[in-house]
Design a protein around this ligand. Sequence first.
Ligand code: AMP
Length: 191
Amino acid sequence: MSKHKIVFLGPPGSGKGTQAELLAEKLGIPAISTGEMLRAAVDEGSDLGDRVKGVMERGELVSDEMMAEVVKDRLAKRDAQQGFLLDGYPRTAPQADTLEGILEDREGDLDHVVYLEVPEDELVTRMMSRGRDDDTEEAVRERLRVYRELTEPLVEHYRAEGVLRTVDGHRTIEEVEVAILLAVASEAQDA
Ligand code: AMP
């Protein structure tokens, strides 16, 4: 099987996590969720966990430097050598640069950046209903603000690189799953 290097991009509550798991399983590559990794670190009470706990509870972003370490270590593991699916990274322009640097040291660029579009009022509803510790109403609002300010500009960045695959995420899980499979099966499906 060819190597797949995929990034999932989209606002919090867009269904990235769910869809990333489904696609990664289909392709036989690891779904790497930085949010899940950080939540696990918090639950374990590791050094990293202690340092990021407050930031996450407020809906802010963990520093680019700390995230660079987390992602470099994870992508260096054996299971990520035959491809990977990143869910929740990169989230800022410097993080996109870091990822490009990591990929330069391996061969080739990203194959697809799957961008899940969902209307804003639907996002708030979805986030408030999943009941996670870091999903208080205030944190949810802050995460959307941070997304718009720091992460959304990456859409244009990846569009310019020709790897953006825009998918309408305001549908059932099954419908979105099919749309994503079609998008990554063709070379350029940017709607
Ligand atoms: P997520 O599950 O992807 O929504 O991530 C949950 C929280 O983890 C975010 O609100 C951030 O505080 C933190 N986080 C996850 N990924 C990143 C990242 N790439 N950069 C900075 N913070 C992150």
